[in-house]
Design a binder for this molecule. Structure first.
Ligand code: GDP
Length: 616
């Protein structure tokens, strides 16, 4: 149906409820495509609605909404997951259909993947160490020597050797970070609770995270060797969180352990396997192209991108074309946690992969593509989609200090942050802590990007388009990035203590971040002659030596370079007989400093004001 529209252009109209599905970061070209219109005519219509945009520019949902309403359409933005599914679909890859099509015979039992969570200092790291040492086949390999982000051990269970995979990043930061990306990696959570300390805030958080993800919990009651340890109390405390020990009639396995001396580790592993067998059907199809998740990744000077991936289904081979998030490449080599090279990795096996062209983020899903070209194209399309989605959110820059003002003006509704740190653990911990700040309903805190390493041009560009504040934790600017940040007006803050970053962000959110002031010199005057007045006190007959002397500005008096009077102000200022507000360089004037009378010929009066200092 063609109908005249704004600006006299012809645009096919919807019936008021015709749905048009658009990707984030779509342009008028994309919209025009969907409704079979000429992009130029949409530019015109939008113009008449008061917005200027080119046909190829990425637009936000609101702009599309306005345009669509005018033309009788309803906009539906496609979610990132759907978008990716559609993208893979164009390459004939349909992961859901692939899984649905797998029959019982295709599926083979796979090891459980376990994450260790719990309150700080309750012994998560020690427990992961103890479990690593318990590996029955470790001796053959000379033990687990490499930290690759995850490791697999073998344990004997009911006469059978069983493998278990452990995510080697203690704490729930990694767990949540991955879940936030839609990647469910963990099958079972080991909740570590120190028997001498009991249930603590992060214990409760860990329980919440695991329960929200529907992950069964095995409780490791740790430090039973410590005097004052009270394992029974831990059991009793946890009943409040629906974790009822088997001996109390519940279905949660509690195991008393001492990670440091290595007591009870075998029982704990046994409990993990029993829980897996009782509660979960852990099977996967090993006979297909590998699919999985990136657990950890970094850039190595000699080896390039090094990514630890967890294979979730299929088998990963050396030589496979692979795409992980927006990174792609060909698997050049794979290593296990013993540092041994591996030719093939089956489900639940973590391996270090060399050969990707860039570094994926923790939680990015990966898949093996039919060929290099497809892998590259998927990665490129994903990157373009990310970029477009970012560009669509173009907004004004913001700083932590003026966030509250902008918020009150209704100009912003969320504080967007980009977090950069020296190690991924710090970034995750920071993000986790920041997201826990209680900000109330009217404000939102969003971490739009996080990463490891120096602050890059990319970070600044992202901050520019998304009005974000960059927080650098133990990192510096990359080369030439500072100039860019300054030019673009992007607020970058550096911290080396996490709680200070948290305090500042919290203060910004609550509108309490006090600006810092610095002294800016306004002008100096030299005293030529002192006039004594009973009414006004001493008046300094002066000549302005530099800048401008202004009435009411702050002042101090210097004699031979030392301060003889401070915290003063220019109380009166005269040219000849007239009161004036300012006197410029080179002119003579009479200056009154209020009750301060200790002035003499040759003294310098320095005036200054306190200006808000840009924080760094
Ligand atoms: P995390 O913060 O949860 O990773 O805790 P760590 O594994 O770093 O342990 C915190 C502290 O508790 C360290 O000093 C450990 O040596 C100590 N610790 C951990 N497990 C035990 C244990 O079973 N017995 C005793 N006595 N100390 C332990």
């Amino acid at each position: 149906m063609q109908a005249p529209s704004l600006g006299g252009v012809q645009v096919p109209r919807g019936n008021g409820s015709t749905v048009v599905r658009l990707r984030h970061g779509a342009s008028l070209n994309d919209f025009a495509d969907k409704i079979d219109a000429n992009p130029a005519s949409l530019v015109t219509v939008l113009f008449h609605l008061g917005e200027m945009a080119t046909a190829t520019q990425s637009l936000d949902e609101d702009t599309f909404g306005t345009l669509a309403a005018e033309l009788g359409y309803v906009i539906e933005m496609v979610s990132a997951e759907e978008e990716d599914r559609e993208l893979l679909g164009t390459f004939d890859i349909d992961l859901q259909a692939e899984e649905a099509g797998e029959s019982d015979e295709d599926l083979v039992a796979r090891p459980p993947v376990v994450t260790v969570m719990g309150h700080v200092d309750h012994g998560k790291t020690k427990l992961l160490d103890a479990i690593r040492k318990s590996d029955v086949v470790a001796g053959e390999h000379g033990g687990i020597t490499q930290h690759i982000g995850a490791y697999q051990i073998t344990a004997e269970h009911e006469g059978v050797e069983r493998a278990i995979t452990f995510i080697d990043t203690p704490g729930h930061e990694a767990f949540t970070a991955m879940r936030a990306r839609g990647a469910q990696v963990t099958d079972i959570a080991i909740l570590v609770v120190a028997a001498d300390d009991g249930v603590m805030p992060q214990t409760v958080e860990a329980v919440n995270h695991a329960q929200a993800a529907g992950v069964p919990i095995v409780v490791a009651v740790n430090k039973i060797d410590v005097e004052g340890a009270n394992p029974a109390k831990v059991r009793q405390q946890l009943t409040e969180y629906n974790l009822v020990a088997e001996e109390y009639g519940g279905d949660t396995m509690f195991v008393d352990v001492a990670a440091k001396p290595g007591i009870g580790i075998d029982d704990l592993i046994e409990a993990v396997l029993l829980t897996a067998d009782a509660a979960l059907d852990l099977r996967a199809n090993p006979s297909k192209d590998a699919r999985g998740v990136a657990i950890e990744a970094n850039l190595d000077k000699g080896r390039g991108s090094v990514a630890t991936v967890l294979v979730q289904s299929g088998t990963l081979h050396v030589g496979d074309a692979i795409v992980a998030g927006t990174a792609h490449g060909r698997v050049r080599a794979m290593f296990d946690e013993h540092g041994n090279s591996v030719e093939a990795a089956t489900p639940a096996r973590p391996v270090q992969v060399l050969g990707l062209t860039s570094v994926p983020s923790a939680g990015d899903t990966f898949l093996v593509a039919p060929d290099d070209r497809t892998a590259r194209q998927i990665a490129e399309k994903r990157e373009a989609a990310e970029r477009a989605a970012t560009l669509a959110k173009r907004r004004k820059r913001i700083s932590l200090e003026d966030f509250d003002t902008e918020l009150k003006k209704g100009k912003v509704e969320s504080l967007n942050l980009i977090l950069k740190g020296d190690v991924s653990g710090a970034v995750e911990a920071l993000e986790d802590a920041l997201l826990k700040i209680d900000v109330g309903d009217e404000v939102q805190l969003r971490v739009i990007h996080r990463g490891v390493g120096a602050i890059t041009q990319n970070d600044v560009n992202l901050a520019t388009v998304d009005s974000a504040v960059i927080i650098g934790f133990n990192v510096k600017y990359g080369e030439r990035v500072e100039e860019l940040a300054e030019r673009e007006g992007v607020d970058v803050k550096f911290y080396s203590v996490i709680y200070q970053a948290i305090e500042d962000v919290e203060a910004a959110l609550k509108g309490m971040l006090k600006p810092e002031y610095e002294e800016v010199q306004l002008g100096t005057a030299e005293i030529r002659q002192v006039f004594r007045s009973s009414k006004f006190g001493n008046i300094a007959g002066s000549v302005v030596r530099s800048g401008t002397i202004r009435r009411n500005s702050k002042a101090r008096v210097l004699r031979g370079g030392t301060v003889v009077g401070d915290n003063l102000s220019i109380e009166s200022l005269r040219r000849e007989k007239d009161d004036v507000t300012e006197v410029r360089e080179g002119f003579e004037c009479g200056i009154g400093l209020g009750s301060f009378n200790d002035i003499t010929e040759g003294d310098i009066i320095e005036t200054f004001e306190m200006r808000e200092k840009p924080r760094d």
